[in-house]
Design a protein around this ligand. Structure first.
Ligand code: AMP
Ligand code: MG
Length: 427
């Protein structure tokens, strides 16, 4: 344990360890949740051609200027233009083309009369149409380039890619996108008390949960998570599991960017992660926060990896060692790992959305430490209340919370009505 850090110091230290991931080209659909690395320009205008916004009849507005329900105007229907028709028969004066939504406007037409303002060709069996409303020129036309011009930047570099952004990329004809690739993250839990779900529990044992939770948190943040089977509090088993996986991944050409461990970092007698990694590049510190005081971070060095040769040098793999209490583990991920991972993916807003809300109860927090309480934010009233107590083993209240309440280091008492910082969790 080298020293005490503030939350902000440790956040900066972890963020500095993760470099931006390389830019890769992925099929558009595979880029969901990633961040665009280069401006995307439209290869074509949108819409690509003038087209109809309605099912109806393409006309010259002047031909139907006198139409009314009492005195409908009859025009011969000379073409049928469904969406997808690629030739463009011109519209002759005094005629109409039946046209569907999205079909190209024929040259010569300057408006579309929607089908509801016509007889739909019923009277003549489709040969002619009775139009019973006048339309201004331009009615129900969607102009080429109205949405975006050819050559325009439709998605700037740094855009987080959600459904709408991928839809736009596809609409302008992009088949692939250049994005920061997801970080590859190994998750390894430690603890001799841990048992895999599905197995019987003996007294003194618990089901392993941090590995599942942290791997899911990595996935939610947009990374590629791989959960290693947890190991008991045994340094040689810990190192063997780790080096075997890293050697294999390195041989396959995709070494992990980040290792996240849970457990084994505090001040007890069997601190496996600390014992294994203190001489291998990880600095163990105490952070002035609750939950999650004991933390570690660094670049792994000195792993004995056959043939892959990280040897004594920097492996290029960042390690962040989180405490084992489930709430500590998950809150530490939120505070330190998630923002660093998202920044490495090029995300313009690595942090959770932060709002200010009034406490609906009086709270106490430890002096000199930043406390992260599990909360329920009521956006309508702008108030927040705690869910469960501050205990770092209270996983069910974490699962019910929709936010983290941040209680500053400065005060021990936070009266009802005090405005506090709230991190909105995405659920
Ligand atoms: P440690 O940080 O290893 O001292 O663990 C602190 C507490 O968290 C102990 O009560 C552990 O049993 C519990 N714990 C540690 N790792 C896990 C895990 N992977 N899943 C569930 N609980 C854990
Ligand atoms: Mg442990």
């Amino acid at each position: 344990m080298r020293g005490v850090r503030t939350v902000d110091e440790h956040r900066a230290a972890v963020a500095a360890l993760l470099e931006p991931t390389p830019v890769v080209e992925l099929p558009v659909a595979a880029a969901i949740g990633l961040v665009l690395a280069e401006d995307l320009r439209a290869a074509i205008p949108l819409p690509p051609f003038d087209n109809s916004a309605m099912d109806g009849y393409a006309v010259r507005a002047e031909d139907v200027a006198d139409a009314s329900p009492e005195r409908p105007i009859r025009l011969p229907v000379t073409e049928d233009i469904p969406a997808g028709r690629t030739d463009s028969p011109p519209l002759l004066p005094g005629t109409a083309h039946r046209i569907m939504t999205g079909a190209p406007i024929p040259p010569g037409a300057d408006a579309v009369v929607q089908v509801e303002h016509t007889d739909g060709g019923a009277e003549s069996g489709g040969a002619a149409v009775l139009i019973n409303a006048a339309v201004a020129a331009g009615t129900h036309l969607r102009r080429a380039g109205e949405d975006t011009d050819a050559g325009a930047v439709v998605l700037p570099a740094g855009t987080p890619l959600g459904a709408a952004q991928l839809g736009l990329a596809a609409a302008v004809g992009a088949a692939t996108l250049r994005v920061h690739r997801p970080p590859n993250v190994l998750v390894l839990s430690t603890g001799s008390e841990l048992v895999e779900a599905g197995q019987p529990l003996r007294h003194g044992q618990i089901y392993e949960s941090n590995g599942v939770m942290l791997a899911a948190a990595v996935t939610e943040a947009g990374g590629h998570a791989e959960q290693l089977r947890f190991v008991p509090d045994d340094v040689s088993q810990f190192l063997a599991t780790l080096t075997e996986r890293i050697a294999k991944a390195t041989a396959e050409g995709s070494p992990p960017d980040l290792l996240i461990t849970s457990g084994g970092v505090s001040a007890g007698a069997y601190e496996v992660v600390k014992d294994a990694l203190a001489d291998r590049g990880v600095e163990f510190v105490r952070v002035a926060m609750q939950p999650g005081g004991p933390q570690g971070a660094g670049r792994l060095t000195g792993l004995e990896i056959d043939g892959a040769g990280t040897g004594a040098g920097d492996s290029g793999i960042t390690a962040v060692t989180l405490p084992g209490n489930p709430v500590s583990s998950q809150v530490s991920f939120e505070v330190f790992v998630r923002p660093a991972l998202r920044a490495a993916m090029g995300h313009p807003r690595p942090d959770r959305p932060v709002v200010r809300a009034r406490l609906s109860e009086t709270l106490r927090s430890p002096a000199g430490r930043r406390q992260f309480r599990r909360g329920e934010l009521d956006t309508a009233s702008g108030t927040v209340r705690t869910v469960g107590g501050p205990g770092s083993h209270l996983l069910s209240s974490l699962a019910r919370a929709n936010c983290l309440i941040v209680l500053g280091e400065a005060a021990e008492e936070h009266p009802e009505g005090e405005e506090v910082e709230v991190w909105i969790l995405d659920r």
